[in-house]
Design a protein around this ligand. Structure first.
Ligand SMILES: Cc1cc2nc3c(=O)[nH]c(=O)nc-3n(C[C@H](O)[C@H](O)[C@H](O)COP(=O)(O)O)c2cc1C
Length: 169
């Protein structure tokens, strides 16, 4: 697997995409400017202390800001937030000077933007970074969090597209 052809990489993406996930937006402030990036490579790690991880592409435009940030928030998206997810995954966003694209947010205690309409959010302090190939695995300690919609439906990502929970059994 070390020397991968393009088709093997494609197959690996397809394979990894068969793991259904929720969708988050990682937000932070860089020199006062709010910044958000859609990320589904998120996981809770530890309960005590409360730790989470997010994997960030080293080639992402937000990567330098993520590396330098003294705090970040993870916003867990609800079913209705696919448009927000797509906007914050788009290259060239913020050309109109509004990095959050007009989506409503407020500042968390540590300044990271907390988006409206999510299932909940976790405000984090970066504590460890691990090399993960073309990504960096960033571990954050949760310093504050809020569960906003205990019964709300999540936005899901599966096989390259957004999905919703189905009620069927
Ligand atoms: C559903 C979804 C999940 C994503 N998850 C991640 C992720 O976990 N980590 C990551 O680095 N990029 C992730 N991305 C890609 C980034 O959101 C973004 O598109 C990418 O960094 C390109 O942005 P740029 O052109 O500003 O660099 C995801 C995109 C989508 C649509």
């Amino acid at each position: 697997m070390a020397d991968q052809s393009v088709s093997t990489q494609r197959l690996f993406r397809d394979m990894a995409g068969r793991f259904a996930t929720g969708v988050t937006v990682v937000t932070l402030r860089d020199s006062g400017e709010g910044l958000g990036m859609t990320a589904n490579a998120f996981s809770s790690v530890s309960l005590d202390p409360p730790l989470v991880l997010v994997c960030i592409d080293k080639g992402a435009s937000a990567y330098p800001s993520m590396q330098a940030a003294e705090g970040f928030a993870v916003n867990i998206l609800s079913r209705q937030q696919d448009e927000l997810s797509s906007f914050l995954a788009r290259t060239g966003r913020g050309e109109d000077g509004d990095a959050m694209g007009g989506f409503a947010f407020r500042d968390g205690a540590n300044g990271s933007p907390i988006l409206d309409g999510t299932l909940g959010w976790l405000d984090c302090r970066p504590c460890e970074r691990y090399d993960g190939g073309d990504h960096t695995i960033g571990v954050g300690e949760v310093v504050d969090f809020e569960l906003l919609q205990p019964d709300g439906d999540p936005l899901l990502f599966f096989s390259g597209g957004y999905r919703a929970l189905s009620a069927g059994g």
